[in-house]
Write a protein that binds this ligand. Structure first.
Ligand code: SAH
Length: 211
């Protein structure tokens, strides 16, 4: 159930849904999603669906991971990226196979710890993880990133994140207006933030404080 054929079927589905970036498709073919979910669910790991990872959280749907990663690469491969919401670390692993430097924060201690162990077992070393509230951005406020990805839905853009994005940088986040969630691509310009709606999405909410 975790065979290459099963993974290839997932790739066919991603292509069918309009994922065209070969770098993204190649990485998603290789990163072992079944190792990021509970063993009891590993036979479903290559279905195009979100799955529970405990603590009322989910691993993102493969299509969503692929689509978001593709959006982040719309202007080539930047150097650094900050992810808000490490969760099980699957999206983090996908990013780490493409971006030279990946930073990721998670508010739930147990998920942070688990992701840290998984990524090191997979020999992924270009990732720095922190157990912290992503509303505050990366704990060192002087850091800035070329890209920021949020994998939980917010109802306003945390100010710290806008601050930690370089000029010309792109931030991708699910925005919840109370009815619907929309994936927004936000570009930072000298004149402010420019937002563009990508498509409807479904994410767990961005929460405050530590869990
Ligand atoms: N990319 C992850 C998605 C996990 S779900 C994956 O594929 O597994 C979203 C994650 O965001 C959850 O783990 C949740 O705990 C985390 N989260 C929610 N609010 C947060 C916050 N303020 N700071 C950091 N992480 C947060």
């Amino acid at each position: 159930m975790t065979s290459q054929r099963t993974r290839d079927r997932m790739l066919d589905r991603l292509r069918g849904l309009g994922v065209v970036n070969n770098q993204v498709l190649d990485v998603m073919r290789i990163v072992p999603r079944h190792l990021f979910v509970d063993e009891a669910l590993s036979h479903r790991a290559y279905e195009d669906t979100a799955l529970p990872i405990g603590y009322s959280q989910t691993i993102s749907q493969p299509y969503t991971v692929a689509k978001m990663t593709q959006c982040l690469l719309s202007e080539g491969v930047p150097n650094s990226i900050l992810e808000i919401g490490t969760g099980c670390g699957y999206q983090t692993a996908v990013l780490a196979s493409i971006f030279p430097q990946v930073y990721s924060v998670e508010r739930i201690a147990a998920l942070h710890k688990q992701a840290k162990q998984r990524l090191s077992e997979l020999g992924i070393y270009n990732v720095q993880l922190r157990h912290t509230d992503g509303n505050m951005g990366w704990p060192n406020p002087s850091y800035q990133f070329d890209r920021i990805i949020m994998t939980a839905a917010c109802s306003e853009v945390p100010e710290a994140l806008a601050h930690q994005l370089v000029n010309g940088g792109i931030m991708l986040l699910p925005f919840d207006d109370g009815n619907d969630q929309t994936l927004m691509q936000i570009t930072k310009t000298p004149n402010g933030l420019i937002s563009e709606a990508v498509e409807k999405v479904s994410f767990v909410p961005l929460l405050s404080g530590l869990g």
